[in-house]
Design a protein. Structure first.
Length: 669
């Protein structure tokens, strides 16, 4: 047994090292060198050995990341060096003021270089490493005393349980930010919504809530991440600059934000701020600004700290993406497929430089889930180009006078009774003549995912619809410059351009036209597949349900929707009118039944002089024929090129028609 234990001890050491190495490649560098299954196999081997010899479990074992039994509460932790906050700057001018203050303070230093990096919207923590081993982790707390969240921090894969390198410092107190990526946050909230649990307002709250779990097994399930940004005392490592310090932290196996920039001058700092602001919405995590630090650690020391903030650093804040305002009313908008969507009407509020007065509410379930009431003070958020949304009502500010949101029973546009189809969250107007649906369909038809007709955007389509000039899709193709010219806001040039753009769309591909028609369940991808298979509108209209089901990616629901659409006499009439008005998608080929090579199966042997094999096969398929790769009785024609090989004799024996290249050319002409 003693021998077995010794073998296990050695093997566990190897496994810990290997798992730490691969964990670092995967979670920190994002460059795994083994497959997940291989990692899992090593991990399972480690767990099995540790289960057999629990006394061999070490603090830095990867098994410690899974979390342990719940605590009663967190213990307090005294920070050896206070965790300070940062002063803020809100403009270029305030950044220049920061530099002026530094230069005044230092007197003898004419030029300063800086390190600038994104300010993560997460939670500041301290990680204490003794002789390379992670021994304690804590929150910032009040700056002097934080909470001991070691067990929770150990569950975060990006935090090394042991520092890399041969000679780690005796003591290293790493400062950094724990955060939750946007994708992980979204997924987690979706799962919580499905389980009927309350939602987190933003990734920061979610990260904070996850870190403060008394049961670290729950923390282990949350998609938390970590970036290091400094240490508590520069004396702990021998580095002359902030930039080299960050490189040293990376060598220790810690994760540092790749958007850290060394800026030789304040101009570069400002340029990096603009860059971060520009890419902010595309990052997979939220940042609320940029932190600028004097690069020289000796100068940082000379500059020192004020009561609560270092003199050598400043946070340049970004405009907020969230704000609070009042929910004034809820409007109901009818989409082109008849879906009725509630829209929040808000007291206008500026968010990140844009005035927001409307926000999407998705559907009734969303209103119920968020418990929104008219008159509520609400937290609103806007991210990038995404439509603003209400995050949550601020329940504590309710006065009691707030009213529940009443869902309509009838279509706000045509008055038709609304229905809710089985398994759908949405309310729907099923009146095929509903004016709101018609207008939305027209806007979709001319829009980007439709025919993409320049000059016929949403506003213009609303105008043409209101003026009763365009009531149905074919009306678009009947528009004349003289008619448009007379309308408000039009001139002869814009009218001519619009009509020219309309005319140009007459020859758009079939796929584009199908996508523009807005057939339910037929988006751009399905439209392209339908074009590939049927080639003309006539073929598609004549296709049976069975034929539609043979198209890749088309199932019962989509096939039925296409059949229903083309089976509708009003649609047939509309398409006929479109045809008469010259809308002729793509180039016309004969209907499938009339294709000249329908029923023919060709086999090629030897090389052809005027076609490559692929070209020849392509032509055959286009003309309705099939190409075989082997000789059988199904083959109707053997096409013999130069040096035909053994197939020729066999084909003769089977009585198959044999043609040469000239014969092939005649066949396809
Ligand atoms: O709260 C902080 C976030 C990011 C910081 C910080 C930081 O550097 C990127 N740096 C310092 C020095 C402090 N707080 C005090």
């Amino acid at each position: 047994m003693a021998d077995e234990k010794e073998v296990a001890r050695k093997r566990l050491r190897v496994l810990r090292d290997e798992l730490a190495f691969h964990g670092h490649r995967y979670y920190v560098l994002d460059q795994p060198v083994i497959a997940d299954v291989e990692y899992d196999r090593l991990f399972r081997e480690l767990l099995a050995l540790e289960e057999k010899f629990p006394e061999l479990v070490t603090d830095d074992s990867p098994s410690q990341r899974v979390g342990g039994a719940p605590l009663e509460k967190f213990a307090g932790v005294q920070h050896r060096h206070a965790m300070l906050s940062l002063e803020n700057a809100f403009s270029d001018a305030e950044l220049r003021d920061f530099e002026d203050r530094l230069l005044r303070f230092l007197k003898d230093t004419p030029q300063l270089s800086y390190v600038a990096e994104p300010k993560m919207d997460g939670l500041a923590v301290e990680l204490v490493y003794e002789n390379g081993l992670f021994v304690q982790g804590s929150t910032r707390g009040d700056g002097r005393t934080g909470e001991d969240i070691t067990r929770n921090l150990k569950t975060i894969a990006a935090i090394p349980l042991r520092l890399q390198g041969e000679s780690p410092p005796v003591l290293l107190e790493v400062r950094g930010e724990v955060f939750m990526g946007s994708a992980g946050f979204k997924k987690m909230n979706e799962e919580r919504a499905a389980a009927g649990e309350s939602l987190f307002a933003n990734p920061r709250n979610a990260a904070a809530g996850s870190l403060r779990q008394l049961d670290s097994r729950l923390t282990a399930r949350r998609p938390l991440d970590f970036y290091a940004y400094g240490i508590s005392d520069p004396a702990q490592v021998a580095c002359p600059t902030q930039h080299e310090l960050l490189a040293q932290l990376m060598d220790f196996g810690l994760k540092v934000n790749p958007l850290v920039r060394l800026c030789p001058k304040m101009d570069e700092v400002i340029a990096h701020y603009r860059h971060l602001l520009e890419i902010r919405a595309r990052l997979d995590y939220e940042i609320d600004g940029m932190v600028v630090k004097v690069n020289s650690l000796a100068l940082q020391e000379r500059l020192g700290n004020k009561a609560r903030t270092p003199r050598w650093a400043v946070a340049c804040k970004f405009p907020a993406f969230q704000a609070t305002t009042r929910l004034l009313a809820v409007d109901f908008q009818v989409g082109r497929t008849g879906v009725v969507t509630p829209v929040a009407i808000l007291e206008p509020v500026a968010i990140g430089g844009v005035t927001v007065s409307r926000a999407t509410l998705h559907n009734e379930e969303e209103i119920k889930r968020k418990d929104l009431r008219i008159g509520d003070r609400v937290l609103v958020q806007r991210a990038g180009d995404v439509i603003p949304e209400i995050v949550q009502p601020i329940i504590d500010l309710r006065t009691g006078g707030e009213e529940p949101v009443a869902m309509p029973g009838h279509c706000p546009s045509c008055g038709h009774t609304l229905v809710r189809e089985e398994g759908e969250a949405a309310l729907r107007c099923i009146n095929g003549h509903c004016p709101a649906q018609r207008l939305r369909s027209l806007i979709h038809f001319t829009g980007k995912t439709g025919m993409d007709i320049e000059g016929l955007g949403k506003k213009v389509m609303e105008q043409l619809f209101a003026e009763k000039l365009v009531n149905d899709i074919p009306d678009i193709y009947a528009l004349r410059p003289e008619t448009l010219e007379r309308l408000d806001g039009w001139a002869s040039k814009s009218a001519e351009n619009a009509v020219a753009a309309i005319a140009a769309s007459q020859n758009a591909s079939l796929a584009r036209l199908l996508s523009a028609l807005g057939i339910r369940h037929v988006g751009e991808v399905t439209a392209a597949q339908l074009e590939e298979r049927f080639q003309t509108m006539e073929n598609l209209m004549a296709a049976s349900l069975e034929e539609l089901l043979t198209v890749e990616g088309i199932g019962e629901q989509v096939a039925a929707s296409i059949r229903d659409y083309f089976g509708d006499p009003a649609v047939q009439k509309m398409l006929e009118r479109l045809r008469q008005l010259g809308v002729a998608p793509g180039k016309r080929v004969a209907p499938l039944g009339e294709l000249p090579l329908r029923g023919a199966v060709l086999l090629f042997t030897g090389s052809l002089s005027s076609f490559s094999r692929d070209e020849a096969k392509g032509v055959v398929k286009k003309l309705g024929g099939q190409v075989s790769s082997s000789l059988s009785r199904k083959v109707t024609h053997l096409v013999c090129g130069d040096k035909p090989g053994s197939k020729l004799q066999k084909a003769e024996e089977l009585g198959i028609t044999i043609i040469d290249e000239k014969g092939f050319q005649q066949l396809i002409s």
